[in-house]
Design a protein around this ligand. Structure first.
Ligand SMILES: *Cc1c(COP(=O)(O)O)cnc(C)c1O
Length: 434
């Protein structure tokens, strides 16, 4: 059975998160500021005070192609580790695009279509969000135009192909098609791009055309809201309440989507976000107002940020290479509602291979962060004898990432320690408002 609603955690918090600010005035942004970019229904969800929002029938009809997704007890991994912990994972890799991203791409395309929008633009890093939105646009007859970070465009040709199969137009970012892209190409002709740059390009094009809107795959409240379908299903599927929920965080949506419904129903459960050592927004970023993109087109968001011009090292977990973090999760982190830790690239791939050899599924590089932490926790339980119940978000498969696994198996993967000077440098350019 599919849940009939998404869960909005905001009204259940002791204080609401600080609002996005207009960079010119320093005042909270209103619906009119956002209308060139998003349809009214999503702007309403972004600031909603309702605890539950009904999932439209047309969205449920598409969800039914792959939902409910399986919740699986990792018996074989437990046995291999010799742990008394009980490990469960919620697997989102069964979606058409292979990750949790269609959970929000589908309602975003649906609401845009209903409000008369003809075309959506977006950015994509590793290609997971781009392929999810391309799939969703195909479902509702929308055009889709995608700026893909140059490094991934070159390294992941098959994600690019998948987006084109679904009917999307795909450009390498930075591109000469926008002023934001051209400006960067003039200064850095060999730029390998970043998510922040690609967002600037997609936002610029959407803002300039009346029939075009922009779609974002993470970070914003309405995205986290849509992802709660994961946790609502898992609540019904879990045979016992978890002691600890673990998820990887890029912009925060898969972690929030699994965790929020448990935060509502299970006060004794703890939560842990896992981020890459190379891009540690929660653990080494500053909680401050910053732009969501590199060029500074977006409203200012109060979030844990490494600075909008921070370009993370090219780790393979492309979905975790973002300078900022969800403002809602950032606020909840300050309230002490969950903890955050980092893991290095090599320990993550080690966990991914261990998982594949026991449970059979090859995980995407992003959720290997959550798996590395889950395995470490299970091994701590082995030492202490605790029979903890662990639940982790296996938010995508790694079938398009086998090149990265090849490099890991050949001993060629690097770890990137992040020197404090680089963090300080990027933080020196934070905007002054707020
Ligand atoms: C996009 C993506 C992420 C990171 O985004 P979140 O919003 O933090 O979930 C993680 N894993 C996969 C598989 C992704 O596609």
């Amino acid at each position: 059975m599919l849940p009939g609603h998404w869960y909005n955690i905001v009204p259940d918090l002791t204080t609401p998160p600080p609002p996005p600010l207009h960079p010119a005035t320093g005042q909270p942004v209103g619906p009119d500021d956002l209308a060139p970019l998003f349809p009214m229904e999503l702007i309403g969800q972004e600031v909603s005070g309702e605890r539950f929002i009904e999932i439209p029938q047309d969205v449920l009809d598409v969800y039914r192609l792959w939902r409910p997704t399986p919740l699986i007890r990792a018996h074989r991994l437990e046995k291999a580790l010799g742990t008394p912990a009980r490990i469960y994972y919620k697997y989102e890799g069964v979606s058409p695009a292979g990750s949790h991203k269609p959970n929000t791409a589908v309602p975003q395309a649906y609401y845009n279509k209903r409000e008369g929008v003809r075309r959506l633009t977006t950015e994509t890093g590793a290609g997971q969000w781009g392929s999810a939105l391309a799939f969703a646009c195909a479902q509702f007859g929308l055009e889709c135009e995608i700026w893909m970070v140059r490094a991934s465009y070159d390294q992941k040709p098959y994600r690019r192909s998948l987006m084109r199969v679904y009917g999307a137009a795909v450009h390498a970012s930075p591109s000469p098609l926008t002023s934001a892209g051209s400006k960067i190409l003039t200064e850095h002709p060999d730029s390998t791009g970043s998510l922040g740059i690609a967002i600037s390009e997609a936002v610029e094009v959407a803002g300039a055309a009346a029939d075009t809107r922009y779609a974002l795959g993470s970070v914003l409240n309405h995205v986290l809201l849509h992802q709660t379908v994961i946790g609502e299903e898992a609540l019904k599927q879990m045979p016992e309440m978890p002691d600890l929920v673990i998820g990887c965080t890029g912009g925060g949506s898969n972690f929030a989507g699994l965790a929020f419904p448990f935060m509502r129903e299970s006060p004794r459960t703890s939560y842990r976000a896992v981020e890459p050592e190379a891009c540690p927004s929660f653990t080494r970023g500053r909680y401050a107002y910053d732009f969501g993109d590199t060029a500074g087109f977006t409203p200012l968001l109060k979030m844990h940020t490494l600075g909008h011009d921070f370009v993370p090292d090219p780790i393979h977990a492309g979905g975790l290479r973002y300078h900022g973090m969800s403002p809602l999760l950032s606020h909840m982190y300050e309230l002490g509602l969950f903890e955050a830790v980092t893991r290095s690239q090599s320990e993550c791939f080690e966990a991914g291979v261990r998982f594949a050899r026991t449970e059979g599924i090859v995980p995407a590089p992003e959720p290997t962060h959550a798996l590395a932490e889950t395995i470490a926790e299970a091994l701590r339980c082995k030492e202490s004898g605790e029979e903890k119940v662990l639940l982790t978000a296996l938010c995508g498969h790694g079938h398009f990432d086998l090149g990265a696994y090849d490099r890991y198996l050949a001993g060629e993967l690097e770890d990137y320690a992040l020197p404090q000077e680089r963090v300080d440098q990027a933080l020196a350019n934070l905007p002054h408002s707020g």
